[in-house]
Design a protein around this ligand. Structure first.
Ligand code: IMP
Length: 204
């Protein structure tokens, strides 16, 4: 029977990107919902890698013959000791809008000079295989905290994440351009290589 890849997310935008990047593996790719799984996951890991593995394992416990993937991502600001980091979604409250979250961060960075505004988006992607083994990849995009919000594309912290090489925030990039450079795009492409090797090696 052909293996399936299940991605432990309910986020349709993520699924689109995932299908675009993993589509050529010749394996069926389903979201958790499409696979009929609904599990409550407590993300209590101490790193992006741990949280990605926790999510993937939670789903793999139910879907034991599939390959289960999960990601975890966030923004690290060096000046703020890597906050919001693994708490990016929960920062200032899960239900607080990103307009507010972003303005809180800009306030905390007020007066901080350019060279101390370094930051990065991080994405870890974990894959749990039917034999119980796990592979985790981690990728980043380096940038700076902007001086003010700019751009309407993307989501979350994109309007305050400035990429010097491109002279704009990730919210000012087209989705295609962002996918090429982003932590998640890079991590998914790295995971595609891992999966390709495993599948070519006979895991089907
Ligand atoms: P999760 O990986 O779905 O748990 O999301 C983590 C959180 O990190 C998101 O809710 C955003 O706040 C933030 N984040 C992750 N990736 C991005 C990005 O590409 N742009 C803006 N914010 C991001």
């Amino acid at each position: 029977m052909m293996k399936r890849i299940i991605f432990a997310t309910g986020n349709e935008n993520k699924m689109k990107e995932i299908r675009m990047i993993l589509g050529d593996l010749g394996v069926e790719i389903l979201s958790m919902k499409e696979a009929g799984v609904d599990v409550d996951i407590v993300e209590d890991g101490a790193s992006f890698e741990e949280n990605a593995e926790i999510k993937a394992r939670a789903v793999a416990r139910v879907l034991t013959s599939d390959i289960v993937l999960a990601d975890d991502s966030g923004l690290e600001i060096d000046y703020l000791d890597k906050a919001p980091g693994i708490y990016s979604a929960r920062f200032a409250g899960e239900d607080t809008s990103y307009v507010i979250k972003n303005s809180i961060l800009l306030d905390r960075m007020e007066g901080v000079p350019e060279e101390e505004r370094t930051a990065r988006f991080v994405c870890a992607v974990a894959a749990v295989f039917p034999d119980g083994t796990v592979d985790v990849v981690r990728k980043t995009i380096e940038g700076r905290v902007a001086y003010e919000s700019a751009g309407e594309n993307g989501f979350g912290y994109d309007p305050i994440f400035y990429v010097p090489e491109y002279g704009c925030t990730t919210a000012q990039m087209s989705p295609e351009q962002k996918n090429e450079l982003s932590h998640r795009g890079k991590a998914l492409r790295a995971m595609r290589d891992v999966l390709k090797e495993k599948l070519d090696g006979g895991l089907r």
